[in-house]
Design a protein around this ligand. Structure first.
Ligand SMILES: *Cc1c(COP(=O)(O)O)cnc(C)c1O
Length: 224
């Protein structure tokens, strides 16, 4: 773990008042514990089982964010405690999250994951799909979810202009939703974008939440 880098990132995000999600996937619980002792509260995982294991083991003062692609049948395991779900990419998934949140007597905070990259492998809504969903009667009945904003992953490329364009398109869509569908809703406030390789670009394009793993915890042994 690179504690110096951690503090450097905190200093960089400070003027933007953005939130750092420390992405601890594939890393041992002891790494999370060490960073938590250094003051970090928010951690991100992309596998439900791994997050639940770490939740059980570690202090309950930690806030857990699910940042990965989510299968509906796994939602129930994290529903009692997950603090923010970044990767919501369908109405079906949102309905399951609503159902499990209701069972736990919670209102679940979520972000809508938008497809902003040019790669086939990235998940997410198209803008038209979100607009249609927000308009639907089904969406209006979901009393146990609260949409806090949007999330996106830029293309994995060295082309800075392209990454900038992708981030700014997410920012533009957030602004549009903010002004219309979510107008007057103060909770709708988050744009989750930016990872180890592109978080500074993301902050410049309006990110409020960066998800950084390898810069803090070191390279992962395998891609998850
Ligand atoms: C792994 C992961 C990250 C962090 O990636 P790094 O490049 O290690 O910072 C961010 N967001 C998502 C969705 C991830 O799966």
């Amino acid at each position: 773990m690179n504690i110096e880098k951690y503090h450097e990132i905190l200093a960089k995000i400070k003027p933007y008042q953005a939130t750092l999600v420390a992405v601890s996937k594939t890393k041992p619980a002891s790494d999370v514990e060490d960073l938590h002792k250094a003051g970090q509260l928010v951690f991100g995982e992309n596998k439900v089982q791994e997050m639940c294991g770490k939740f059980d083991e570690l202090p309950k003062t930690i806030q857990w964010h699910m940042i990965g692609h989510l299968q509906r049948n796994k939602v129930k395991y994290m529903a009692p405690f997950v603090s923010l779900i970044h990767g919501v990419d369908s109405l079906k998934l949102l309905k399951e999250i609503n159902k499990q949140a209701a069972k736990n007597d919670r209102v679940q905070d979520c972000l809508l994951q938008m497809f902003i990259a040019t790669e086939e492998t990235k998940f997410g809504f198209a803008e038209s799909e979100v607009l249609e969903m927000l308009d639907s009667e089904e969406f209006a009945t979901l009393a146990n979810i609260r949409v806090k904003g949007v999330m996106g992953m830029a293309s994995n490329t060295d082309n800075v202009d392209q990454v900038k364009r992708e981030f700014s398109s997410l920012r533009r869509f957030f602004d549009q939703l903010s002004a219309h569908q979510f107008s007057g809703d103060e909770a709708f406030s988050e744009i989750s974008m930016g990872m180890s390789g592109d978080y500074e670009l993301a902050l410049d394009q309006g990110s409020t939440m960066i998800r950084v793993g390898s810069l803090i915890f070191g390279e992962r042994n395998y891609v998850k």
